[in-house]
Design a protein around this ligand. Structure first.
Ligand code: URA
Length: 194
């Protein structure tokens, strides 16, 4: 059994935080276990909780479209995960204790998949992974180094839900960020890493 599959099985029975009590499914993550590009969102919504898969609601449909149009990749080509694996009640932001309890799963996913690039979707994932209080508007538009030692390059962008709300301008910026992620991936492949 692969280590990622073992980790998924461990997460399926997780009771490390109170979100466990309200979930239908643990939404562990999915995609190519050797993907060069990993996408990280905030946490499961209603549809994700119902189906046990990340980004399968309206945000997910937009994500799939942006991914294909701007990077030429499908969700099978990338790995998709969230900061927290269980749905917070009424889609509220995850609490610091919930994030801390769940963080080891995400860190292990990154360590096992070993992506060259992580595209963080939204304020929440971007701040959490970069360990900063700075907002997405300032974080996006450039690449960031992994905060703790060596790791993937981080490309922050808006959450697809923000594009669904905010329309054309947010969408245009997201498209540019997806192109940046693809170019960063290509550059790292050309340099000989994954
Ligand atoms: N929003 C997220 O951040 N993650 C999902 O999986 C779905 C919606």
């Amino acid at each position: 059994m692969s280590q990622l599959v073992e980790l998924r099985e461990e997460a399926a029975g997780c009771t490390r935080c109170p979100l466990a009590a309200g979930r239908t499914h643990v939404v562990f993550g999915e995609g190519d276990p050797h993907a060069g590009l990993m996408l990280v969102g905030e946490g499961p919504g209603r549809e994700e909780d119902r189906l046990g898969r990340p980004f399968v609601g309206r945000s997910g449909q937009l994500l799939d479209r942006l991914l294909l149009e701007e990077t030429g990749l499908t969700r099978q080509d990338v790995y998709i995960a969230n900061v927290v694996k269980c749905r917070p009640p009424n889609n509220r932001d995850p609490l610091p204790d919930e994030i801390a309890a769940c963080r080891p799963y995400l860190d292990r996913q990154v360590a096992l998949v070993q992506p060259a690039v992580v595209l963080t979707l939204g304020n929440f994932a971007s701040r959490t992974l970069l360990g900063t209080g700075e907002g997405i508007t300032r974080l996006r538009g450039r690449t960031h180094v992994w905060p703790a030692g060596s790791g993937p390059v981080v490309v922050p962008t808006f959450h697809p839900a923000a594009a669904l709300r905010g329309g054309g301008e947010v969408m245009a910026k997201m498209r540019a960020d997806f192109v940046r992620a693809r170019q960063t991936l290509d550059a790292s492949r050309a340099a000989g890493s994954r």
